[in-house]
Design a protein around this ligand. Structure first.
Ligand code: HPA
Length: 282
């Protein structure tokens, strides 16, 4: 099999053959948030299954389409669905789409996800700006031989790379400003990633709170690590779909996790649509 760079390039070339305008902003939609893709104008919709090398999700609620076009005049590439490490995918597969977005020309990336709320000031349906992450998945997506050609932005593609400002301070500031202007509450929090697919035990959640985590989830950190390797600037937003295990006196159902997405869809759409032109021109 050809090397990873060649496979990512082939996927990017295929996408370019279907949609000539290069996206500058990538958006990854998490569980229950996929409907946002309908906001894309002049859309080219590409089934993941038709893109060579692109991994296919096995989870309900991740429909699997790449939507290219414009939102508020910004050329975007919106991922409706993603794959997770708990599905058995390798790190190269989980982050393949992020690398494709980078080669297509995205210099900025908005990542969204569904998360459990560890911070008891949150409630179901709270949107949270991700300030930082703790990767407890047991693996780092940048393991393996370094490929400097993935460094698509200035001063990137190095073997060792900074994560101090993984979640761009200036994009976070923009998000807080936009949320305030729209009167949408947007607290910030630290996202802790686990491998899954089981939800956590109450003892794990207590431990994670002690570690400084506000949110827990099973995605995002690998994509963010690879985005940073490529020099892509990242903004992260979590939707609290449930309070984490043991916070409330009840068990967690995946169906409820999906349901909450529908409930906050209008707010989420309003915030993201307002943010897109600001983020793109930052
Ligand atoms: N734990 C882990 N991942 C999640 C949760 C949770 O409680 N809710 C949504 N994704």
């Amino acid at each position: 099999m050809s090397d990873l760079y060649t496979r990512v390039l082939a996927a990017a070339d295929h996408i370019r053959s279907l949609h000539a305008v290069a996206p500058t902003l990538g958006i990854i939609l998490g569980s229950g948030l996929g409907n946002f893709a309908t906001q894309v104008e002049n859309a080219t919709v590409i089934d993941y299954a038709s893109i060579p090398g692109w991994p296919l999700s096995t989870v309900e609620g991740h429909s699997g389409k790449l939507v290219l076009g414009t939102i508020a005049g910004v050329s975007v590439a919106v991922m409706q669905g993603r794959v997770h490490a708990y599905e058995g995918y390798s790190m190269a597969e989980v982050t393949f789409p992020t690398r494709v977005l980078g080669l297509l020309g995205c210099s900025k990336l908005i990542v969204t996800n569904a998360a459990g709320g560890i911070n008891t000031s949150y409630g179901e349906g709270t949107l949270v700006g991700i300030s930082d992450h703790i990767n407890l998945t047991g693996i780092n997506a940048a393991v393996g031989p370094n490929e400097p050609r993935f460094g698509t932005q200035p001063n990137s593609g190095a073997r060792f790379f900074d994560m101090t400002t993984a979640y761009s301070p200036r994009l976070r500031k923009l998000a807080l400003q936009e949320a305030a202007a729209l009167q949408i509450p947007l607290p910030e929090g630290v996202y802790l990633a686990v491998l899954g697919p089981s939800y956590e035990t109450p003892a794990e959640i207590r431990a994670f709170r002690t570690l400084g985590a506000d949110l827990v989830g099973m995605s995002t950190v690998h994509e963010v690590i690879i985005a940073r390797h490529m020099g892509i600037e990242v903004l992260g937003i979590s939707l609290v779909t449930n309070m984490a295990a043991g916070v409330l006196d009840r068990v967690i159902h995946h169906e409820e996790v999906m349901e909450i997405g529908k409930r906050v869809e209008a707010q989420f759409t309003q915030l993201l649509k307002a943010l897109i032109p600001k983020v793109a021109s930052a």
